[in-house]
Design a protein around this ligand. Structure first.
Ligand code: KG4
Ligand code: ZN
Length: 339
């Protein structure tokens, strides 16, 4: 029997009902039930539908995760749950389930920051040491450059988007191109058959800081489509995607160089993007920077990332949360867990 703590992680911040189980830094189970198809006809996530779907899915997802990990509930040493940021009604389903389990099992509970959890999934690659990294966190709600030294204690935000997040830009452009929701994976697929140099879309905010801006790019794509209604959609998708990838990587790699940090960690839903991953590898090889990207399935929302951050908190001696901790729709990135 391993002496490493067995951690259950619950994630319900948006449209994925997810439970992950880890022992120390070893992933044992990662089960996800998505309500994405129920939202697709509305072109975005409907909070009420998401909450109801979480309520329905939670018992099954939990049982399946325990089966996959081959553990019993009584073996769990600590429970982690996303406490924000996210849709409040959706978060409350996860935190209620987690608090019920913590009370019944008499185990500690950690209310965790979804954003830190995206980065913490990197810890599940046991072949790596947890050395400092520059984090590029790119999701539906956030695009930030972060100095990561100890995820359980906090991070330093170097820059962030001043308007749309990268994932939000993918979703909005997908809508303009009449693609499926969510837009990121749809653009990723379509762009594979397009020419990424076909249209020279603007690279927003080429300033010397670490901030991003994607609203100008969105306007440029919209204007282009109005002027050239018969444009090849795959070329528009590929050229748009290239503009996003270019600005994200230019600033992230510059942060590594300027801060003298030799590791780049890319996390969050947009980190699943195949072009971002390939181009990041090429640029990191050139700059002699180690690239750390979780497997694509662990980039989008999942419970394993919550369990991973909780595991780092437990092993780092962080105090658990008290029952009744707050769920928050917005949370600063530098607060990994809260009381
Ligand atoms: O991290 P995530 O699953 O949820 C949030 O915390 O927001 O990120 C979701 C975002 C969506 O905007 C989605 O379109 C985008 O990640 N995304 C992608 C890809 N897969 C998901 N964007 C680009 N390429 C992908 N393959
Ligand atoms: Zn997320």
């Amino acid at each position: 029997m391993s002496s490493q703590p067995l951690i259950l992680g619950i994630e319900t911040s948006c449209d994925e009902t997810a439970v992950g189980i880890v022992r120390g830094r070893t992933l044992l189970a990662n089960v996800i039930s998505s309500s994405v198809e129920e939202h697709a006809r509305f072109g975005g996530v409907v909070p009420e539908i998401a909450s109801r779907a979480h309520l329905e899915a939670m018992p099954f997802v939990l049982q399946q995760a325990l089966r996959e990990a081959k553990v019993a509930l009584r073996d769990i040493d600590a429970i982690g749950v996303t406490a924000g940021p996210g849709l409040i009604g959706a978060l409350l389903v996860g935190t209620s389930a987690a608090e019920g389990l913590a009370l019944a099992l008499d185990k500690p509970i950690y209310g965790v920051n979804h954003l830190s959890a995206h980065l913490a999934v990197d810890a599940l690659d046991e072949s790596r040491s947890l050395q400092p990294a520059i984090g590029l966190l790119v999701s539906g709600g956030h695009s930030s450059i972060i100095e990561v030294t100890d995820l359980a204690k906090g991070v330093r935000v170097l820059g962030a988007t001043i308007d749309d997040a990268a994932g939000e830009a993918f979703d909005k452009i997908a809508r303009l191109l009449e693609l499926d929701f969510p837009g990121g994976p749809a653009i990723d697929r379509l762009a594979k058959s397009g020419d990424l140099e076909a249209i020279d879309f603007p690279r927003g905010l080429q300033s010397s800081d670490y901030n991003f801006s994607f609203s100008g790019l969105k306007t440029a794509v919209s204007r282009y489509l109005k002027q050239a209604p018969s444009a090849v959609k795959a070329d528009v998708a590929a050229s748009f995607q290239e503009a996003v990838v270019d600005v994200l990587l230019t600033k992230a790699i510059r942060a590594c160089t300027e801060k003298g940090i030799e590791s780049l960690l890319i996390a969050g839903g947009v980190a699943a993007n195949s072009r971002l991953r390939a181009e990041a590898q090429r640029r990191c090889d050139l700059a002699k920077i180690e690239l750390r990207t979780p497997p694509a399935a662990l980039c989008t929302d999942n419970g394993a990332m919550v369990a991973a951050l909780t595991s780092l908190a437990v092993s780092g001696g962080v105090s658990p949360s008290s029952i009744g901790f707050s769920t928050l729709s917005t949370v600063p990135l530098d607060q990994p867990t809260w009381a």
